[in-house]
Design a protein around this ligand. Structure first.
Ligand SMILES: C[S@@+](CC[C@H](N)C(=O)[O-])C[C@H]1O[C@@H](n2cnc3c(N)ncnc32)[C@H](O)[C@@H]1O
Length: 256
């Protein structure tokens, strides 16, 4: 009798199909890819609207979460290197930061300011060997992966024993008034400001899409459970700026 391959657990997409943007889930990644390709050159303008405070925040949070000189880091969904540049400053000349992203437009923008190794690839199938990195980071991109469970298994695989996971994500306040305020800021004010500063309807669309994916994202508890089921120790979420950002974390167990 031939042995059957082990059954794969069902995929966990980060949100439901958003038919305002694309018709069915298989079209999602091509839609996201095309959107980021069209808007890559506007991404840093959007950061500048916030006085580049987001860049300082990313770096500060990495340090607070244990990033140290000499560490080897993988920044997944590097985009224009908003996380990677801060990480490179923290790890210093004795450390190294690798960037990975599926989008050639974003990688081109990253290359303008980041001189570490860059690779094309997706979070759910990382082109790196197991037990390689001290830290895996991902800045506001978790909603773009095809499968949260496969993504966290890959993060766990490429981390060294004792390595840490840090994921920055959007946050929606839970109370009715908090939700309404969050919606006003992210669904109205920020897309409006983005259009005013960039003059680009695509850049505004990127921010519209940001809000819709953040609002429709699976609950935080489900994400933490998926991090745990990938094998991470101490999986948790911390709301760092209510109505704006939260962080998911976990640690790969030290080898016994
Ligand atoms: C909003 S940008 C985030 C950039 C940067 N990390 C930051 O903190 O600003 C999202 C990035 O996710 C990338 N992306 C989309 N799908 C992905 C996937 N399946 N795996 C990894 N990255 C993906 C996009 O190409 C884009 O560069």
């Amino acid at each position: 009798m031939t042995e059957q391959p082990p059954e794969q657990p069902p995929a966990l997409p980060p949100h439901q199909t958003l038919t305002t943007y694309y018709d069915s889930d298989p079209e999602r990644s091509a839609y996201v890819h095309a959107l980021f390709k069209r808007t890559a050159h506007h991404y840093d303008t959007i950061e500048k609207i916030f006085g580049n405070g987001g860049l300082l925040y990313r770096r500060y949070s990495l340090r607070m979460n244990g990033l140290r000189p000499g560490m080897k880091v993988l920044d997944v969904a590097i985009g224009t290197a908003a996380v990677a540049c801060g990480a490179a400053k923290e790890v210093g000349p004795t450390g190294q930061v690798f960037g990975v992203d599926p989008n050639e437009g974003m990688l081109g923008e990253a290359r303008k300011k980041f001189d570490g190794p860059l690779t094309r690839g997706v979070a759910q199938q990382l082109p790196f060997k197991s037990d390689t990195f001290d830290f895996v980071t991902m800045g506001i991109a978790l909603r773009h992966v095809s499968d949260l469970k496969a993504t966290f298994c890959e993060y766990h695989r490429v981390l060294k024993p004792g390595g840490r996971l840090w994921i920055l994500e959007g946050h929606v306040a839970k109370s009715r008034i908090g939700h309404a305020l969050t919606r006003f800021v992210w669904a109205k004010a920020i897309p409006g400001l983005t259009l005013a500063f960039t003059g680009s309807r695509d850049a505004k669309l990127l921010m519209d899409y940001y809000w819709d994916t953040v609002e429709q994202c699976v609950p935080e508890e489900q994400i933490v459970a998926a991090i745990a089921s990938a094998g991470f120790e101490d999986p948790r979420v911390r709301v760092t700026m209510p109505g704006a950002f939260c962080e998911y974390k976990g640690r790969k167990a030290l080898a016994s």
